[in-house]
Ligand binder design. Structure first.
Ligand code: SAM
Ligand code: SF4
Length: 350
């Protein structure tokens, strides 16, 4: 049966008209999806050990959504009630002409926020242009403040460049920039306090992300896994942390440090399941719509984009339909021999 037949005719009509009476995206557990994460490339100038294998092969150009296709997709999602878009990758700033896309997206009526996750390596060059293109906030990944360790974790990255990128973001006027850190035992787990102090000194927020079993990266993740409960304890030895009820609309639990502007967040897919309030879906640079970071349920949007270049109705119908297969939650277990999810985070978009 055609996907178009799964939804009520009036919904299909609304979806194809692109009117303000459009349906919103609600899954079978009643969760409203109003946030998309779009990976605009699988390529990256780093090879972080928890994210990629050493020898990665990347997709050929025609297997990746064009920037026009990305823009069209985001427009369709916004017409279905999506209010927030995160541009990610791979490293989004290695995609040529990414600024064109960002400008295009920020001009969409109905979109509340466009944000980006980046490794910071190109920010010195692009921060001002990103601000001008309408990007509201940045998440910048930073796992170590020690240049040699930083190199070891990213395999190729230069810490100084990223630090200059962070400064450039602040100078360009970005506020509430958030650092993302993944800690690994015996690699950088002792750096949690230093990373928090760096965030405080630079008036940034910071979130610690527990390592997730995404893709085969050639290391045994379980032996280096550091739970956020442990990181919190380590931080409590040095700082007074006050649990905060505020949320950024995401899975992080936040704590405040009195006398500072910084928030410390913990994204803990293992120890604290955040699926109940999940409001997001992810789109890979191949146009796959993944309904959950930790499950394989997906639909392919690229064929619909290419088969119906002038008609958004099939796309809208497929997206509405996909809400019916959004899983209840992820199923991460680091002890499995196989990764829970075969695809890399760089493919799905973090
Ligand atoms: N390249 C950009 C960056 O590094 O910020 C954007 C893409 S990256 C895939 C997004 C986020 O995912 C980063 O903060 C990274 O630390 C995180 N990440 C990647 N692989 C992960 C994994 N296996 N478990 C937990 N976080 C991961
Ligand atoms: Fe690249 Fe980001 Fe993955 Fe590191 S985490 S390899 S910077 S995509």
């Amino acid at each position: 049966m055609s996907i178009l037949l799964h939804i009520a005719p009036d919904l299909r009509a609304n979806a194809s008209m692109g009117t303000t009476a459009n349906p919103v995206l609600i899954d079978r557990f009643g969760r409203r999806v109003d946030y998309i994460r779009l990976s605009i490339t699988d390529r990256c100038d780093f090879r972080c050990v928890y994210c990629m294998g050493e020898d990665m092969s990347f997709l050929p150009r025609d297997a990746v959504l064009t920037l026009e296709e990305c823009a069209r997709l985001v427009k369709v999602f916004v017409s279905l009630g999506v209010q927030k878009v995160r541009i990610t990758g791979g490293e989004p700033l290695v995609r040529k002409n990414a600024l064109w896309l960002l400008q295009n997206i920020s001009s969409l009526p109905g979109l509340r926020e466009q944000v980006m996750t980046t490794n910071g390596s190109q920010l010195e060059q692009y921060a001002t242009a990103l601000k001008a293109a309408g990007v509201h906030r940045l998440n910048i990944s930073l796992d170590s403040l020690d240049a040699a360790r930083f190199r070891k974790i990213t395999r190729v990255g230069e810490l100084d460049r990223v630090l200059r990128g962070i400064q450039a973001a602040t100078a360009a006027g970005f506020e509430h920039t958030k650092l993302n850190s993944v800690l690994m035992r015996g690699v950088n787990d002792d750096e949690a306090p230093a990373l928090v102090q760096f965030a405080i000194d630079n008036q940034l927020d910071i979130a610690f992300i527990e390592e997730m079993p995404l893709g085969e990266v050639g290391r045994h993740r379980e032996s280096s896994f550091v739970s956020n409960d442990e990181t919190l304890q380590r931080l409590q030895d040095r700082y007074t942390l006050i649990s905060s009820t505020e949320s950024s609309g995401g899975p992080a639990r936040y704590w405040r440090i009195p006398g500072t502007t910084s928030r410390v967040g913990f994204i803990s897919p293992h120890s604290h399941n955040f699926c109940e309030s999940c409001n997001r879906v992810r789109i890979t640079c191949k146009g796959e719509l993944y309904l959950c970071l930790g499950q394989e349920d997906k639909i392919e949007l690229m064929p619909l984009l290419r088969e119906f270049p002038q008609d958004n109705a099939p796309l809208c119908a497929a997206i509405l339909d996909a809400m019916q297969i959004k899983p209840k939650g992820h199923d991460f277990d680091l002890n499995r021999a196989e990764p829970a999810v075969v695809r890399f985070m760089s493919m799905t978009g973090g």
